[in-house]
Design a protein around this ligand. Structure first.
Ligand SMILES: NC(=O)c1ccc[n+]([C@@H]2O[C@H](COP(=O)([O-])OP(=O)(O)OC[C@H]3O[C@@H](n4cnc5c(N)ncnc54)[C@H](OP(=O)(O)O)[C@@H]3O)[C@@H](O)[C@H]2O)c1
Length: 124
């Protein structure tokens, strides 16, 4: 059997959970470890649980950037993914139309390099 090309990688990844999450029943593979490989081979990284794992952590840096641009913390999380790499395709899930509309607007946020450095402390 021939192996086809890899079309995309779907790993758990978000600002609040960038690396592999080890739990009693196994591992949820993180995105940070494979992002360089995805970029090198031009493979989109589709991150799941990017808000689910990040929002409850109430990160002070996310909160500061949200205040700076008068946007929500969810929007900063999504904007961070969009700025982190052009190979990341965010798929924020929601059960609320209000959140869906809010999440769409995250694409309009323009983070500076300084913002990105501020948002990138040691990997959690
Ligand atoms: N491959 C896999 O193993 C895997 C695993 C998980 C998910 N997925 C897929 O990934 C896609 C995304 O799902 P996900 O669970 O990963 O989504 P997610 O990005 O982690 O977001 C979902 C969570 O964020 C909350 N949320 C969304 N927008 C928000 C906002 N603006 N403000 C505050 N909270 C907000 C949602 O609550 P509300 O509903 O209240 O908005 C929900 O609790 C789905 O298609 C899913 O099937 C794949």
């Amino acid at each position: 059997m021939n192996m086809g090309k890899i079309a995309s990688v779907e790993n758990m990844y978000g600002h609040g959970q960038r690396t592999t999450l080890k739990m009693v029943y196994g591992e949820n593979r993180g995105g940070e470890e494979v992002l360089d490989i995805c970029e090198e081979h031009e493979i989109p990284l589709v991150p799941y649980f990017s808000l689910f794992t990040s929002m409850p952590k109430k990160d002070d840096r996310i909160s500061a950037i949200a205040k700076k641009y008068h946007v929500s913390e969810a929007q900063v999380n999504i904007a961070w993914l969009l700025h982190r790499s052009p190979w990341i395709l965010p798929i924020p899930g929601t059960s609320q139309l209000k959140h869906f509309e809010e999440n769409l607007k995250a694409g309009e946020i323009e983070l500076t390099e300084e913002d990105m450095q501020f948002l990138n402390p040691p990997t959690p």
